[in-house]
Design a binder for this molecule. Sequence first.
Ligand SMILES: [Zn+2]
Length: 335
Amino acid sequence: MDDLLKQINAKSKEFCQLIEDLNDLQKFKELKNSFKSYVKELYSYLKSAKSEEKKILGQAINDFKNIIQKKLDLMNQKFEIEGSSRNHDPTIFKSEIKFGTIHPLIKLYKKIENILFNMGFSIAQGPEIELDRYNFEKLNMPPYHPARDMQDTFYIFAPQVLLRSHTSSVQIRTLENISPPLQIISPGTVYRVDDIDPQHTPMFYQVEGLVVSENVSFANLKSVLITLLKKIFGDEIMVRFRPSYYPYTEPSAAIDMSCTKCGGDGCQVCSGSGWITVLGSGMVHPAVLKGVNIDPLRYSGFAFGLGLNRLALLYYDLGEIRKLYENDISLWKQL
Ligand SMILES: [Zn+2]
């Protein structure tokens, strides 16, 4: 019997050590089973033991059983707590989580923003629901001015309240509040009545820029916009300025860039011309400066505007504008 008592003692130490070293649930289950079968074995010894030995052996078995069972219970609690916290911990990585990506328009916008920041521009923002005064009138487009038809406008309360058709409205608001010199960009969503097709959406993104200071010339405009386009599309592109018309700039220029698809040879993207119009620009019209109480004899300025969606089509070679809205994350991730 002494041997058996010694064995129980040794087993007790062995189980204690094994429980202490436990670190996974599977091993814990195995250990519980081997404990159970060892206790069963001990009871079978007890049955066959001599009656005078039964008391001592029974006591030893009970002590062993109680000690180890207590330790196993504690370990069980520990695994349960860990298990439940694992189930509820939102930071635990689950393989079924699908990660998103930055929208290609935002990616391109950030690139443009960064280039313009480095040239000294800062950001100005304004409301998307706008007054006619800021969207048209103070931009040298009084009521019934024919140029208003260039932008089919959504009206909320006609004729005074509308969805801005360009972010030039922000420029007027800024000019009213900040005296020159100033150098701003006004990025944001704009709205024009348009059917959705491969090239058009009724809501799109614009980035407009405005510089007003003393001695600002057309050469400054050219330098800023050529630098901007070359930094976006690469030094190899060619840029040309064409006379154009906007009521709020004089002179005005449309800016074409050599086609990014064919390099100027002519293709479907550039309608065979080799050139694509990417920006509108011009020197701020003196009437606009006068309208915000800035002396046009002392100050001059230039302004430009680009449609971010249209530019994204070329930059990512998307083919059609709707791909920017179809939530095809796997496509966006490749861009
Ligand atoms: Zn082309």
